[in-house]
Design a protein around this ligand. Structure first.
Ligand code: FE2
Length: 412
């Protein structure tokens, strides 16, 4: 998507304010959403973005459906996000030592001594029950984005992974209105069947980053990404979902060079080698379906990351950036192989689809110019990924077997 200029920016801003007002949303209300900075079974990070006139100062937390649960009072430290105009108050609070698979309720007390309504979240279970999540990238704020979110929530995911190009604000403080629309969509739609807010795992894409010199700090180059999505203050990290899979989020050269993540990737793959599934996600595809195969970042990723994906038998990679639907053949060493990795993409979770190219290169099993997201269900024996379009049609499905053979149990 091209960058917005001043006039189109103003026009789109006015239209979207009208749209959100008509659809019952309050443009300037507080956005309340969840991320993780650590173990998703025992922690959650509650985030808020507010106009400065009223903002949360306290969280009141307790277990849902447990009359014996006492309320925990947590004092917040609101901070000013003053690069935008008008400035916002942001709060970030990580709650730890939670029970896995438990629903908690929380409400806020504000600086005006008012209490908000109750919200809920659920920690990730680790009891061997199947885990469900949604993956996609390149979302933005066109009308297709909320349409796809509406379909995504129907699958009742435990979390959503967004592989970069989230709101399309280009790290520009003047574009904070784009994030307002994005969060309005998210907060309105992403609540699961239990009434729980659905956490976000946010990867970074080129449209999170501004034009500042690379000597500037990551927070200066991608101010919304790092301030709005607290995830260890890094653009690459790993989350383990027990007992089934590790999810490795990488930065395809937006803040951290591809080469600088190689050692970390190797150590991380090694540390997580006992999981039945390893899933990676990043923005720029190794196997593009629209852009040329030999563009610099794809080439570098294939040179530096692919040998590790191959040797650790990474189950699947969610790729983005090309604004299409694609599923590759199972690939190892750039060749079809029954023991390789499947690459699913290519980032069309709300943006306008692009033309399919590269079919002649032989690595694409299936590709379409079609908006979609991937719904994934994982247990110990299978990982099923389904491509779902904005009408809710499942138009592709793949079953991926575990990386490791089940251990033999012998009687002594
Ligand atoms: Fe992109």
């Amino acid at each position: 998507m091209r960058k917005f200029n001043g006039k189109s920016n103003l026009l789109i801003s006015l239209l979207l304010i009208l749209f959100t007002t008509l659809s019952g949303c309050v443009y300037s209300s507080t956005h309340i959403y969840l991320t993780w900075q650590n173990d998703p079974h025992t922690t959650i990070t509650i985030n808020t973005i507010s106009p400065t006139r009223e903002y949360p100062t306290e969280i009141r937390l307790k277990e849902a459906d447990n009359l014996n649960s006492s309320e925990t009072v947590i004092q917040l430290s609101p901070r000013d996000f003053s690069i935008v105009n008008p400035p916002r108050k942001i709060t970030t609070y990580e709650i730890t030592n939670l029970k896995p698979g438990q629903i908690y309720t929380f409400k806020f007390k504000t600086n005006k001594n008012k209490f908000t309504k109750e919200y809920k979240f659920k920690t990730i279970p680790n009891d061997g029950s199947p885990l469900r999540f949604v993956a996609g990238g390149d979302m933005g704020i066109l009308p297709s984005a909320p349409k796809l979110l509406q379909q995504a929530r129907k699958f009742n995911p435990l979390f959503v992974v967004i592989g970069g190009d989230i709101a399309y604000a280009n790290g520009d403080p003047k574009n904070d209105w784009i994030w307002d629309i994005w969060f309005t969509n998210w907060c309105k739609l992403m609540v699961n069947d239990d009434g729980c807010l659905i956490p976000i795992i946010a990867g970074i894409g080129n449209h999170e980053v501004n034009d500042k010199d690379i000597s500037s700090s990551p927070e200066e180059r991608a101010p919304f990404y790092f301030n709005y999505f607290p995830q260890e203050r890094r653009s690459y990290f790993v989350r383990q979902f027990n007992p089934f899979f590790a999810l490795i989020v990488l930065d395809s050269n937006h803040i951290v060079p591809v080469s600088e993540q190689v050692e970390w990737l190797k150590t991380t793959l090694e540390a997580n080698a006992n999981y039945p599934y390893i899933i990676c996600t990043y923005h720029v595809p190794l196997y593009p379906s629209h852009r040329p195969f030999d563009r610099t970042i794809s080439l570098e990723e294939r040179n530096l990351w692919l040998p590790l994906f191959d040797s650790y038998k990474v189950s699947a990679c969610f790729e983005n950036h090309d604004h299409t639907f694609k599923r590759t053949k199972i690939l190892k060493g750039n060749q079809p192989s029954s023991e390789g990795t499947i690459y699913l993409g290519d980032g069309c979770f709300g943006v306008n689809p692009r033309e399919i190219k590269n079919l002649d290169l032989g690595y694409l099993e299936k590709a379409e110019s079609r908006r979609h997201f991937w719904f994934v269900e994982v247990d110990a024996e299978k990982l099923i990924a389904k491509a779902v379009d904005e009408e809710g049609h499942i138009f592709d499905e793949v079953n991926i077997l575990p990386r490791l053979q089940p251990k033999k149990v012998t009687n002594q």
